[in-house]
Design a protein around this ligand. Structure first.
Ligand code: GLU
Length: 325
């Protein structure tokens, strides 16, 4: 993969399965301000790998929420741009090429295990953020190139998912772990073999896995700075591994603390009380919400985006969860 010649970018990459809540808005705001403060492009990428799971009008609602906050995008599904399409559902051919590149290295294998079988075969206590660590049931002893990935055979009627042979991938790179410096979370070292195992890069329905699509798009869209919730910190290790295998550039990562309720629970999109839409549809100006969000980021309680961008420091202080209640 050759790095596209472009000014760098930050991106906000929502999955439009529900309305934006204040946690999403805080991440969108921080990412946007970071881009603005560094003179980068602000990209909106829609992560709709499962178009059937997207409720009608959801993307439009998210766009309206973001616009209400004053967040306008240099590139995105509506705005267009040189690295489109900006909806993952329209980028399948690119992910096929990305997967073929991994296969050419002999690093992929078909896996026929159901979730249940993986859970049963996993020796406790290993569990990752993506569920139980895969015990390697379908992993071949020798790596092999599968060839035509559109023709991976089924087994007993079951379609195959494709997994990355993580130990082989590390050996190929000459790495013993995945190491990176996170602007907010600090230095990271992930023993991906032990703590994550061979993760799925293409799902059994033939669609690219989130890790594949996200990492590929970050590189192809020249997203040099990735700011998102710290629930995705371990994903960054998988994505950094994939990017290294593709020879693509690794973004600067910044994983910020999530917004939580006073009792410490994560916000959910279905929780109407904290959606942006409630304020927007009530006809309220965004000022109060922006100032309140800014205050949770250690910024002046201003609703002026340029003032906020000028005051922003993306650093360890943003690792703390932001209590909203
Ligand atoms: N689409 C993911 C989400 O909505 C975010 C992915 C990312 O920022 O890398 O949680």
């Amino acid at each position: 993969m050759s790095a596209p010649l472009a000014r760098g970018a930050t991106r906000f990459a929502p999955t439009p399965t529900g309305r934006l809540h204040v946690g999403n808005a805080r991440t969108a705001l921080l990412s946007w301000l970071w881009g603005r403060s560094l003179g980068l492009r602000n990209v909106l990428r829609v992560e709709d790998l499962d178009p059937a799971a997207i409720p009608a009008g959801c993307l439009e609602g998210q766009y309206a929420d973001l616009a209400w906050l004053g967040l306008v995008w240099d590139e995105g599904p509506r705005e267009g741009g040189p690295f489109g399409p900006y909806r993952q559902s329209a980028r399948g051919d690119r992910y096929d090429a990305a997967l073929a590149a991994l296969d050419a290295l002999g690093l992929l294998y078909p896996c026929y295990c159901s979730r249940r079988e993986v859970a049963q075969a996993t020796r406790a206590p290993h569990a990752s953020d993506e569920g139980p660590v895969y015990p390697g049931t379908c992993r071949p002893t020798l790596g092999a190139v599968l060839g035509d990935l559109s023709a991976v055979p089924t087994r007993a009627g079951r379609p195959a998912a494709l997994r990355l042979d993580v130990a082989r991938a590390l050996a190929y790179l000459g790495w013993s772990s995945v190491v990176f410096d996170d602007r907010v979370a600090g230095p990271q070292a992930f023993d991906v073999v032990e703590t994550m195992g061979d993760f799925v890069v293409r799902r059994s329905d033939g669609v690219a896995a989130y890790q594949t699509a996200c990492a590929w798009d970050d590189a192809e869209m020249a997203c040099t700075h990735v700011l998102r919730g710290d629930d995705l910190l371990a994903s960054a290790a998988r994505q950094a591994l994939l990017l290294a295998l593709w020879g693509g550039p690794r973004p600067v990562y910044a994983h910020v603390g999530l917004v939580v309720t006073p009792s410490g629970e994560r916000l959910a999109k279905r929780d109407n009380a904290v959606t942006i839409e409630v304020d927007r549809l009530a006809g309220r100006p965004p000022h109060a919400l922006l100032a309140r969000l800014a205050a949770t980021c250690g910024l002046p309680a201003s609703h002026d985006l340029d003032t906020l961008a000028a005051a922003l420091t993306v650093g360890p202080a943003l690792a703390q969860p932001a209590v909203w209640g």
